[in-house]
Design a binder for this molecule. Sequence first.
Ligand code: AMP
Length: 288
Amino acid sequence: MKIIHNINEMQHLCADARMQGQKIGFVPTMGALHEGHLKLVDEARRRSDLVAVSIFVNPTQFGPGEDFEKYPRNLDGDAEKLSARGADVIFNPSAGDMYPQNSLTKIHVDTLTNGLCGAHRPGHFDGVALVVTKLFNIIGPCTAVFGRKDYQQLQVIRQFTKDLNLPVSIVGMPTVREADGLAMSSRNAYLTAEERARALSLSRALTDAHALFANGVALLTIEDHIRNNLIASFDSIDYVTLASPDTLVPLEEAQRPPKVLIAVAARIGATRLIDNTVLGEDAPPIGG
Ligand code: AMP
């Protein structure tokens, strides 16, 4: 497995692979890899001849006061995990090379970014759209694999890929969870044992939501149930939103579509956790 830091070198390696008729599968990450990331790599491996994984903590998707500086970084550990899963190349560029002083272009996806994390992290999805577009242009993948853990991000990426006619097919994979239901996240490393125990209430509440929905309980009551559970164990709630899984538009009180996205962001101490589930589509997070 190769580790490439230089943009031109990566571009050439990928162009050569395509010339030889290889299909490139791509998994963009910020590193500190866990089994959730590695399942995406498995899927890329299944679908492609050459598997490229980027490890880049992208400064443009972090806001002021967010955890860019302290975000966990462990290239050696990540390389070991990726090599064991059969990845072919890691792309690990520097921020200076990715964003030269004179770059002026922004990519903004409208409406889909208005709610959920978009409302709480201004500019976040512009940063995601820009870095993913740049990485697609450097690597030229046939397939790019993303996690549904970042549900809004996946929808945003699907949208600009379509809008910009980018020749890459986007694959979304289910959220990988710890045995007790906690969604895997690089940010879980910030949690103390006591905080981690409290964090479990999120996946528990989302699991309850499936049972309540199946029993015909009103969406507003389901939302209240989740909020009440989070208030008891989290320090603050950014949002609990029930929305259309396709448009991400929040549901009106009277609506009861067959599929409902519940997306949550909440904080324990300084650690911001997100999770989601689609009622009527996903298995419940615990025991599903
Ligand atoms: P990140 O390194 O957090 O930017 O995530 C890189 C990719 O891994 C994104 O497509 C995420 O949605 C995906 N991912 C992160 N955590 C999980 C998880 N627990 N299950 C599935 N995919 C995940």
